[in-house]
Design a protein around this ligand. Structure first.
Ligand SMILES: [Fe+2]
Length: 309
């Protein structure tokens, strides 16, 4: 047995795996893990440092924090999975001309955000830099989708998510809206700010060691769903943001870069800088799985067994 033959021995022993997909994934993981160790000539000290790092990542997780998703995001793995899913969806549905690009769910999504009416603000406080988002949720033929659910969440005027403030239990800067009978939506919020991903854990240590800035360009998250359509997980980014081209989690796509415009007379709030954005949902393939690359962190703490499936 040497560092090369052990790979085949492991694959041979695992070949009795019944579930074919599990077999495929674990066999590839073993091949790539072994190749990785050989490529960098991994030492025992480095191996144990890696174990220590992953242990610390797990210990940092809580009902409001998912350090493993942050690790996946900052290594670009989430972005790869997101792109693969977009391609898979395009293979499953008839060619669509202009469906909205998806983006990462990120580590700050929470279930059950408060319900708001058309045009209401998700900000508990009314700060100076208020903006409006408005437009339609429509299908690929341009037909409005009535009563679609729109969940939004973003940073507050100080660049923090609610889960990062106080004990994290209070919900702010997030809400659930519905489109009207024509598919129209409108909401008011604070202009989002660029922000640092959480740097007080092992992923922050990694980012600092790599001399990266750890910043995300300003954005508002949107999770849009309607019966019969593929759930859309996306975000709208502020195109003037200084980090728009160096997002530390690689989530930006050019078609999602927007900028609030003043003096927009078609906005329901013409006195506010407004972003008009029409979201296009595609018809869901039969038995389509969720396209979310991310999850509410509490999912892993309360229901660890279900979350693993
Ligand atoms: Fe975010």
């Amino acid at each position: 047995m040497d560092e090369n033959t052990v790979t085949d021995a492991v694959l041979e022993q695992m070949s009795s795996t019944e579930n074919p997909r599990l077999k495929e994934i674990l066999a590839a993981a073993v091949r790539h893990l072994h190749a990785f160790a050989r490529e960098v000539d991994l030492t025992p000290e480095e191996w144990i440092a890696g174990i220590g790092f992953l242990t610390a990542v797990g210990q940092k997780c809580s009902p409001i924090r998912q350090e493993f998703i942050l690790l996946s995001d900052t290594l670009g793995l989430s972005s790869v999975v997101n792109s693969l899913n977009d391609k898979r969806v395009l293979r499953e549905i008839p060619p669509q001309s202009q469906d909205t690009k998806s983006s990462l769910l990120g580590p700050f999504y929470r279930h059950g955000s408060p319900a708001f009416e058309y045009g209401q603000s998700v900000a508990a406080k009314t700060p100076a830099a208020e903006i409006a988002y408005y437009g339609r949720v429509q299908d690929s033929s341009g037909q409005g989708i009535a009563n679609a659910t729109i969940q939004v969440w973003q940073t507050d005027e100080g660049g923090m998510y609610d889960t990062q403030r106080h004990d994290g239990s209070e919900m702010d800067m997030r809400g659930t809206f519905h489109t009207d009978s024509e598919g129209r939506y409108c909401l008011r919020t604070v202009r989002p700010l660029s922000y640092s991903v959480p740097m007080d854990g092992p992923v922050g240590d990694m980012i600092r060691a790599q001399r990266r800035h750890g910043m995300r360009p300003a954005h508002t998250h949107f999770l849009i769903s309607a019966p019969g359509y593929r759930e859309l997980v996306t975000a709208l980014y502020m195109s003037s943001d200084e980090y728009i081209d160096s997002d530390t989690v690689f989530g930006v796509t050019s078609s999602l870069a927007t900028e609030p415009k003043s003096g927009d007379h078609s906005s329901p709030f013409p006195s506010l800088p407004s972003v008009r954005y029409d979201f296009v949902l595609v018809v869901a393939a039969k038995d389509a799985a969720s396209g979310r690359v991310g999850a509410d962190p509490s999912q892993f703490i309360k229901h660890p067994v279900e979350a693993a499936h």
